[in-house]
Design a protein around this ligand. Sequence first.
Ligand SMILES: [Zn+2]
Length: 430
Amino acid sequence: MKNDRVLALTGATVLVGASLTPRRDCTVLVSQGRVSAVGADVVVPSAARVLDLPGHTVLPGLIDTHVHLGAPEEPPGRPVRGRAGRPGAGGGLRTGPGLAGRLSTGAAQVRAVADRMRFQPRKRRAFLEHGVTTACSLGDDNAWVHDFRRRTAEGGLVGPRLLIAGPLFTAPGGHPVATLGAEPGADWVRVPHCREEAREQVAALATGDDPVDVVKVVQDRGDPRRRSLEPIAPGVLAAIADEVRRHGIPLVAHWGTLEDLAELLDAGVDVLQHLEPRGPLHGWPPHLLDAMVREGVALAPTLAVTEALPDEEAAASLRARAAEFLDAGGTLLAGSDAGMPAVRAGAGLVREIELLASCGLTPRQALTAATSAAARALDAPHLGAVEPGRAADLLAVRGDPLADLGALRRVALVLRDGRAVVDRTREKAS
Ligand SMILES: [Zn+2]
């Protein structure tokens, strides 16, 4: 099925442009996978397929700025641990000898099933069903996630659009080497020992036929009360950042402490992921807050992860820090860290948007964090807004999410590249 017939969404309120400005009784035309027109007076071509959506709101598909795809998914056979000692990483499923016997349907079919399972069918579906049309993988087996992105882009696999970092850069004694036992040679980490190696490793990812979309570093000294971790040496971090800049892609960082933050700001980070109790629990040092805002560094506080903290007071304090950052003029992004044990694909991002609102963001600000602000921070100008020329990755929900974010839980339609990948428009509203 190719997208050559024009699709017209009519009768809905549309959140238009990067500002998500609501326009009532608005029409969106979709052609060749892109939004071709938006407005109240748009003429619907007679040959168009029309979906009338009164009572619905059309908005850009959601962007999760932080996922890990390589967590285990129940395969038809026995799950096999990935190379890195991390379940599912390193290419996910490897078919065990028992699989062929159990299915007894021939080697080709076994391979087809195994191949399908390697690329997380349930997770792909879960993202889409929650309206997540783009997911940014921040640390997955490099070869595997390139393969995953390619197959998703070509339309062979139905799922969210993938932006990828490939592996994550860390120190020999850093996370996840020292925490999760990632082998330094595993394909989901890079552990450069000197500036030259750092530059080579970044260049290898950022050039060629299939370059990564972002580069991710882990700069985290860990929780000093429990165990300290090794951060990337300043010279190596600077070399990574400089090489990333040379290639013109965003530098994304996992950070922990305020010292880590200061080093990342010095290096020229673009996007910060996480907001941990070991960071600004008791307040932002003014010079660091100023620097983040001045340099336009975006922050995805991954509140869905820290929500699970037993310390409710700490969780509340972190929400206050996120609000202070926004009040100071900072850009907040929605990132779920789906793949972490407590965070589910798709549902985690919807929860993150609700948690951002609980920090004091208006529904519109919270939705911006998961759409246009995310697209800008990840340097994906073709995404994140209902606007002519942008990709027709669209979401229609029942109700008005600007009045009640609960509407995000009433997904009626999801388009990915103009193609309906979730369609509940014929179901009765409940
Ligand atoms: Zn993560």
